[in-house]
Design a protein around this ligand. Structure first.
Ligand code: KIV
Ligand code: NA
Length: 264
C-alpha cells in the first residue's frame, strides 16, 4: 500500500474516515503497528517516560528522538512517521528549523510535532515555509507540566475553550498540517474538528475528532503506575499484541473508541 502522507490525511478527513494513530519507539513494535493499519506512527517524547523511566518528558533530547525515529523508520512503513520536537528544541525559528531538519534528515521523520499555542505561530510558519510538515499539539501540554501543576483537563471553561479555538485557527493559518489535542472536553474536540480544515487528532478529547492517538504501552496495559483515565487496555481479551493493536484500529475506525468512559 502507498505510504500515508499529508494529502491522504486530508482526503481521509473529507471522506469521514477516522485516522488511527499510535506511538512506537522501536522496529519490532513499529512493524506490528504498521501492519495493523495504523495511519500515523508517533515517535513521541513519552519515550522519556515509557522507555527511559523518567517522571516527565522534559529530559528527552533531540538525539534521543532521532535515535528512536531511526529505529522506527529504518524499514519501509505505510504509516506516516511523525517525530516529537522535545522541550526547548523549538525556542526560536532558527533552533526549530535546525532540529526539525535533523529529525527528518537523520531520523527519517516525515512530520514533526510541537506543543504550542498562538505563541508558536511564527515557528510553525517558519517550518511550513521550509517544507516541514507540522503537527501542532494543544490542550494538555506535558512539556509545561511544571507550569500547569498536574495532568489536568484543559479548556473546561468558556474563556480557555475560546482561547484554544483561536489558537487552533492561528496555527492552521500559519501552515500546520495536523492538530493534536490532549485532555479536553469531548464537545470541544468535536467543535475543533468541525471548524478546522486540517485533521484534528485527539487523545482524551472525545470521539468527535478526525482521528485518535494512544501511547502504545497504555494500549498494551503495561504502563508503569496508574494509566491515564482516557487510556484503554486493548490487550486484555486480545491474547496477543498484534490482535490488541488490530482491535484498537478497528475500534477507532468504527468510532467505538473512545467511549463515554474514556472521555471528559
Ligand atoms: O509523546 C507522546 O506520546 C504524545 C501523545 C499525545 C501521544 O505526544
Ligand atoms: Na509528546
Amino acid at each position: 500500500a502507498p505510504s500515508v502522507n499529508v494529502t491522504r490525511l486530508l482526503q481521509m478527513k473529507a471522506a469521514g474516515e477516522v485516522i488511527a494513530c499510535l506511538t512506537a519507539y522501536d522496529h519490532s513494535l513499529a512493524c506490528v503497528v504498521d501492519e495493523a493499519g495504523v495511519d500515523v506512527i508517533l515517535v513521541g517524547d513519552t519515550l522519556g517516560m515509557v522507555i527511559q523511566g523518567h517522571e516527565t518528558t522534559l529530559s528527552v533530547s533531540v538525539d534521543d528522538v532521532i535515535y528512536h525515529t531511526r529505529c522506527v523508520a529504518a524499514a519501509h512503513r505505510r504509516a506516516l512517521i511523525m517525530a516529537d520536537m522535545p522541550f526547548m528544541s523549538y525556542l526560536d525559528e532558527a533552533t526549530a528549523l535546525r532540529n526539525a531538519g535533523r529529525l527528518m534528515q537523520e531520523g527519517g521523520a516525515r512530520m514533526v510535532k510541537l506543543e504550542g499555542t498562538a505563541d508558536q505561530v511564527s515557528i510553525v510558519a517558519a517550518l511550513a515555509r521550509a517544507g516541514v510538515p507540522v503537527c501542532a499539539h494543544l490542550g494538555l501540554l506535558p512539556q509545561r507540566i511544571h507550569k500547569l501543576g498536574g495532568y489536568k483537563v484543559q479548556g473546561r471553561d468558556r474563556t480557555s475553550a475560546h482561547a484554544m479555538i483561536d489558537d487552533a485557527h492561528a496555527l492552521e493559518a500559519a501552515g500546520a498540517d495536523l492538530l493534536l489535542v490532549e485532555c479536553i472536553p469531548a464537545a470541544l474536540g468535536e467543535r475543533l474538528a468541525h471548524e478546522l480544515r486540517i485533521p484534528v487528532i485527539g487523545i482524551g478529547a472525545g470521539s468527535g475528532c478526525d482521528g485518535q492517538i494512544l501511547v502504545l504501552q497504555d494500549l498494551l496495559g503495561i504502563t508503569p503506575g496508574r494509566p491515564p483515565r482516557f487510556a484503554k487496555d486493548f490487550m486484555t481479551g486480545a491474547g496477543n499484541v498484534q490482535t490488541a493493536v488490530q482491535e484498537y484500529v478497528a475500534a477507532v475506525k468504527a468510532r467505538r473508541f473512545p467511549d463515554e468512559e474514556h472521555c471528559f
